[in-house]
Design a protein around this ligand. Structure first.
Ligand SMILES: [Ca+2]
Ligand SMILES: [Ca+2]
Ligand SMILES: [Ca+2]
Length: 272
């Protein structure tokens, strides 16, 4: 069957879909971007011990250290990999009847365009020094968080330095899937492999990547659907042809006999 005809009758699915990967969290912010520290209420600089943005990185710690935003100050914190699920900002305030400290929280996938998710505050300060405020990221995966102080200075003392960032955590890391896996290659529609599964050729049977005649270097190979970002052989051939038409032409052999190891490894390398 001609490849063009085949392409005409299968729905080409080239969606970017963020899927949930439940790994052991929490994941802590591990870096910072731009920041601008404000001043104390009395106009003096914030204490140097509260002015190192590194204090906001890594796991939450009861006694600090922490980064004080200062009035109107802000900081951008970054995760090593995209994260999702819930996001928790830990503000540092002694567990006593301390006035309210607040900050607006924004999230971003690309660390450039921002989405407001809500207000973090120290209202949980009866529970301990780091006071958590948790946000639901819904289905989004984000890499950066911007925390902007909005503390009302009026009830605060003169030396106060507004919202104090102890740490920032997310529930899980995301893995970006390229395909929405719609099913297996072989059984349902018979398109890949169109003839038979060839030597050292691979196909996704709906549950796992399989090969029928491993030979030579093919023996010790194995692929998971996570490796191929949710894509089966058909979807990989479509993706390569669509995105790299010069390098990957009709690939008729792969449509007939299944995906070769080199096609799978090329795809995995190109999509890492
Ligand atoms: Ca505080
Ligand atoms: Ca403070
Ligand atoms: Ca800290």
């Amino acid at each position: 069957m001609d490849k063009k005809l085949i392409l005409g009758i299968i729905p080409v699915i080239l969606l970017l879909i963020a899927t949930i990967v439940m790994a052991n969290g929490p994941y802590w912010a591990s870096g910072y971007g731009d920041y601008s520290q404000g001043l104390r209420k009395n106009g003096n600089p914030v204490d140097p011990g509260r002015s190192d943005p590194n204090n906001a990185l890594g796991p939450s710690n009861d006694d600090g250290p922490f980064f004080s935003l200062g009035y109107g100050g802000w900081i951008i914190l970054e995760f090593e990999n995209p994260v999702g699920g819930s996001l928790t900002v830990y503000e540092q305030t002694k567990p006593s009847g301390y006035p309210l400290e607040t900050a607006d929280v924004y999230v971003s996938e690309d660390c450039e365009s921002w989405t407001y998710v809500g207000v973090a505050d120290n209202s949980a300060c009866g529970t301990g020094h780091p006071n958590p405020t948790t946000f639901d990221l819904e289905d989004d995966c984000i890499s950066c968080v911007k925390i902007v102080d909005t503390t009302d200075p009026r009830p605060q003392g003169g030396t106060s330095d507004a919202f104090d960032v102890n740490s920032l955590s997310a529930e899980y890391e995301c893995e970006l899937n390229i395909c929405e896996l719609t099913g297996d290659d072989t059984v349902a529609d018979g398109l890949v492999p169109g003839v038979r599964l060839g030597t050292n050729r691979w196909t996704f049977d709906g549950e796992e990547w399989v090969t029928t005649k491993p030979k030579g270097k093919g023996w010790d190979k194995s692929f998971s659907i996570e490796d191929t970002h949710g894509c089966n052989c058909e979807q990989i051939l479509d993706w390569l042809h669509e995105n790299y038409p010069q390098e990957y032409g009709e690939m008729k052999g792969h449509w007939k006999f299944g995906c070769s190891i080199s096609v799978l490894e090329d795809f995995i390398a190109l999509t890492e």
